[in-house]
Design a protein around this ligand. Structure first.
Ligand code: GLA
Length: 392
């Protein structure tokens, strides 16, 4: 469904449910991760983009202290009192992204809001595809609620509010990539993030390339422990390197070079050493890729995307056979410059850098290979990097 149609559907549903036009409507897009996998919580670098699909959030203040939320795509309504806001463990867990964001917008004391709110939201980001539909919901929520309650915060603080909701309400110890990409996206450009200093800049991509997302049918769930265990391994490795290198100056894997990893990896368990080298290599690739992009070297950029996937496959072990098959199929197609898994991994989607004029042929070729291996078809969609979250 087109964004305008989603917008109209959400507004109409709001009017039908609450009998008036919403006071505020916000929009926040999903994101693709182009290069820099699992580097955000290691205080490293990422190239990403906001996509042309997202979530609309329509809201008005309530007359009383009640929060009423309708998830249009789920056909479910959740409600609670502002004094009762707490993580939902069973049932309507989707509401965690909204009430968790509300909770942290008020620094953990949502009763201070005084009044509740009435909201309806809906979107067109495919769920479970690794396109950060949850971060889009958090960012649409935080922009709309900040406007409703007259709260002013800079964008990075808003991103961190969503991240805190994710950690404490949804139970995923994610970095800041998804929220920041949703907020800082720009049409036709990538977002280059430096997560140590929370610096976000837009880098033009040029008109001759686009991305194709290929969604595997492999399940992608980051709250089941695999993501958390990767993060833990990276933090353990950073502590080890802080000991053997320059105690004090190393706090994250961002501070460790590939040469240092080669020299000192022997002191780590084999698994921890394998996990650590992935974000270290990814940081180097993001920096190199940014230079190549500035020179218009798309082939060189794409080669680094393939290297990134290889590192996921063999070191970080956050790929799966479906994602590997997509990347292997992509390698044989000249109109694809590069391909890799995008986001947390363990399923979800691959991100391909492509010549958009060959999009149909690329989708056909990849679908054929995938179907021959797994019997079902992946979903291929061309993505244009788009503007970030905003009020309508
Ligand atoms: C998920 C997380 C992000 C980031 C990516 C991997 O999308 O939510 O914070 O860690 O995985 O790069």
């Amino acid at each position: 469904m087109l964004n305008q149609e989603v917008h109209d559907k959400v507004v109409q549903a709001f009017e039908a449910k609450f009998g008036a036009h919403p006071e505020i409507v916000s929009y926040a897009p999903g994101r693709i991760e182009v290069l820099g996998n699992h580097t955000d919580y290691n205080e490293g670098y990422v190239l990403s983009a906001a996509i042309d699909k997202g979530t609309f959030f329509a809201v008005s203040p309530a007359a009383d202290a009640k929060v009423t939320l309708e998830a249009l795509d789920m056909g479910e309504t959740y409600s609670c009192d502002i004094a009762e806001v707490a993580p939902i463990k069973d049932g309507m867990t989707w509401a965690n992204y909204v009430i968790g964001t509300f909770n942290w917008l008020f620094d953990g004391n949502p009763a201070a809001a005084g009044k509740g709110f009435n909201a309806v939201f809906g979107g067109n980001i495919p769920l479970g595809a690794g396109l950060s539909s949850s971060a889009a919901l958090e960012m649409a929520t935080v922009l709309a609620l900040a406007a409703i309650y007259g709260i002013e915060r800079d964008r990075t603080t808003l991103a961190k509010i969503g991240q805190k909701a994710e950690h404490t309400f949804a139970g995923c110890p994610c970095g800041l990539l998804d929220q920041a990409s949703s907020l800082y996206g720009k049409a036709g450009a990538l977002v280059k993030s430096d997560f140590r200093f929370c610096r976000f800049e837009n880098v033009d991509l040029g008109p001759t390339v686009a991305f194709m997302m290929v969604k595997s049918n492999a399940k992608h769930a980051l709250v089941d422990g695999a993501y958390a265990s990767r993060r833990q391994a990276c933090e353990d490795a950073a502590r080890y390197f802080a000991d053997v290198l320059r105690k004090g100056s190393v706090t994250h894997l961002r501070d460790v070079t590939m040469a240092e990893w080669v020299l000192y990896r022997g002191g780590l368990s084999e698994t921890t050493a394998k996990r650590a080298v992935h974000p270290i290599g990814e940081d180097e690739r993001v920096l190199q890729a940014s230079e190549l992009l500035a020179k218009g070297d798309l082939k060189g950029f794409g080669a680094l995307m393939y290297d990134s996937h290889e590192s996921s496959r063999s070191w970080f072990e956050n790929s799966c056979e479906e994602l590997d098959a997509i990347v292997d199929a992509a390698k044989a197609i000249p109109a694809v410059y590069g391909a890799r898994l995008s986001g947390g991994g363990f399923g979800g989607s691959c991100c391909l850098l492509v010549d958009p004029t060959a999009a149909d042929a690329i989708a056909t070729a990849i679908t054929k290979e995938y179907k021959a291996k797994f019997g079902d078809e992946p979903t291929c969609s061309l993505i244009q990097p788009s503007d970030g979250a905003h009020l309508i």
